[in-house]
Design a binder for this molecule. Sequence first.
Ligand code: NCD
Length: 335
Amino acid sequence: MMKFQGSDILSVSQFDRESVSRILQVAQAMIPYANRQKRCYVLEGAILNNLFFEPSTRTRISFGTAFQLLGGFVHETVGQESSSLSKGESLFDTAKVISGYSDVITMRHPEMHSVSDFAKGSTVPVINGGDGANEHPTQALLDLFTIRAEMSRFGKGIDNLNIVLMGDLKHGRTVHSLSRLLSLYKNVHVTLLAPQPLQMPQYIVDVLTDAGHQVTITDTMAGNLKSDVVYQTRIQQERFSTLAEADKYRGHFSLNKTVYQQFCQDHTVIMHPLPRDSRPEANELDVDLNDNTNLAIFRQAQNGVLVRMALFALTLGVDEKLTQFEKPVTWFTNK
Ligand code: NCD
């Protein structure tokens, strides 16, 4: 198992299966705190600098919420224009300075490998919140946590899973990281469903086939959605050279009630990292599926808090001390 304390979390390639199990186990232990049954203040006095140089709702806010749920203080920087990066300062210099103000740093940046470059200058652990089209390790962990939780309803696990990854597989960092994590498990059948120009990069396909998984590459929904999980993704318009280029692919694989009834199994779980593009020309995941009990997207987003809490506890070395730092919740919690 990897040594978590003091480590950066930059890529899912850092993990073996045992390390992933440990993260998911600590995430599970966070449920009472996230659900407000108890408070945990094990990180009281600790400071997170949450640096987001690309748009984000879930990842940024759930990093901050996760840290605060463990009693820590969060400082936010949003957008390059509000930092000295816009004055030509290097990521290395920025890291040298900000790590002096922090106990841990979370960061999203539009360029591939930028978060690793930043981590080289940092004296505290850095957690990657997405670096361009490269990786999104915390998303992949929360996706795996979700798959495990959803499959347990049907007495299944991650081994022997049948999953469809769908949409913009070329630019989508979530499906890159998730595929790498799935390579740690046994006998997974992965269907890669995308318009041919947006298919999964070959180096990720190789990771799956090297793991002995069965990989089906297709651009047709009919006959290919009878799986345990369909993981839909958004056309990553910000990674295309022009908007018109991205527009060509919108709406190709809209998943709606009719498609679900026609092509999926009645227990197929629907996932999406969100945000879903709900504009009519895209409508990649229709709201007409909102009352389908197998639509896991909001449970999935909620699981992001648990997994991020687990990573903070592990990298700061307090994962064994949670129960020693508990308090009751004194306020009204849920309507
Ligand atoms: C994803 C991302 O930023 O890669 N969003 C997220 O973090 N949940 C997916 C996306 O933007 O399409």
